[in-house]
Design a protein around this ligand. Structure first.
Ligand code: TYD
Length: 198
């Protein structure tokens, strides 16, 4: 099974991906916990180019190409080999992030994102959990965390609001695959909601 976690910056999806992976391992399953951008050696190199630097460093079109290059490497080197040997793959972000961050928020690039996805990636997770919180709470958590990986967070509250709307409309469009999980409350409370939905 291939499971992805999605959400705006600071939504808590990274914690939830880890908690689900730990719970499935405790049941005796092999679980590969991974993330995007990244998740393989080559993709982690591309990640540095994407998450550091100023907001205007790349155009949305160039970003789409870089995210797909990273995803293709992640797929070839990590995801597909794991699925083929029967492991559960839990990824912190996948193609829905590109649909929302690059496709829906900065110019209407939805068609280009879908075409490139079909051409170069071509698979969807079996289940996707969107961890939903308000953009104010997300940015507050991101600021508390600090660090240099804040290129997308630096785009501001209006951008985070567009992202949230983008994830919620993806869930509407794909009700079987994508489930929205209320991200408020403690990590354990949110994890229980994820387990119930799974
Ligand atoms: P991530 O490491 O998940 O950051 P966070 O834990 O803060 O959510 O992702 C890094 C940034 O990359 C994040 O701001 C979202 C962005 N991103 C895209 O814009 N498009 C994509 O396809 C992916 C995978 C991530």
């Amino acid at each position: 099974m291939f499971i992805s976690f999605e959400g705006i910056d600071g939504s808590g999806k990274t914690t939830q991906a880890r908690l689900l992976a730990e719970a499935l391992r405790a049941e005796g399953r092999e679980v590969v916990l991974t993330r995007e951008p990244g998740g393989s050696d080559g993709a982690e190199l591309i990640r540095r180019l994407l998450v550091e630097g100023g907001a205007e460093r790349w155009s949305p079109e160039t970003e789409i190409l870089l995210f797909n290059a990273a995803r293709r490497d992640h797929l070839e080197r990590s995801i597909l080999p794991a699925l083929e040997r029967g492991a559960v793959v839990v990824t912190d972000r996948f193609a829905d992030s590109t649909r929302v961050y690059q496709g829906a928020t900065r110019g209407d690039l939805v068609d280009k994102v879908e075409s490139l996805h079909r051409l170069m990636i071509g698979i969807e997770p079996d289940r996707t959990f969107v961890i939903d919180i308000s953009p104010e709470d997300g940015l507050a958590r991101g600021a508390a965390r600090g660090g240099t990986e804040d290129r997308f967070e630096s785009m501001g509250l209006g951008f985070q609001e567009k992202l949230r709307a983008g994830f919620l409309s993806l869930a509407d469009a794909h009700p079987k695959r994508v489930r929205v999980i209320d991200g408020s409350g403690s990590a354990d409370e949110v994890a229980a909601r994820v387990r119930a939905a799974l």
